[in-house]
Design a protein around this ligand. Structure first.
Ligand code: ZN
Length: 88
């Protein structure tokens, strides 16, 4: 009889540990889920003038008052502008 009580107690402890671990995990998931949608919805998607890629506004590389998806596209735009100036 003592053994059965021991195993029952052990099972209850394990069950309690699982429940606690799950509730902690849920809480952390919920807090991260709450943050992400607001972050995503607040970020506007803009189009790169050089390659036409859509990207989040906060990742934009700014140059000459315009927004580009990457440093490479900003350089390309500058080179194009420089060539245009040379031709004129
Ligand atoms: Zn680009």
């Amino acid at each position: 009889m003592g053994r059965i009580l021991f195993w029952l107690g052990l099972a209850a402890l394990i069950y309690a540990a699982i429940v606690v671990a799950r509730s902690k995990r849920k809480r952390s998931c919920r807090s991260s889920e709450r943050k992400q949608p607001t972050e995503y919805s607040s970020v506007r998607m803009i189009k790169c003038e050089v390659c036409g890629t859509h990207f989040p506004e906060d990742e934009a590389v700014l140059g000459d008052g315009r927004s580009f998806c990457s440093e490479k596209c900003r350089k390309t735009a500058r080179m194009k502008a420089a060539r245009r100036n040379e031709a004129e």
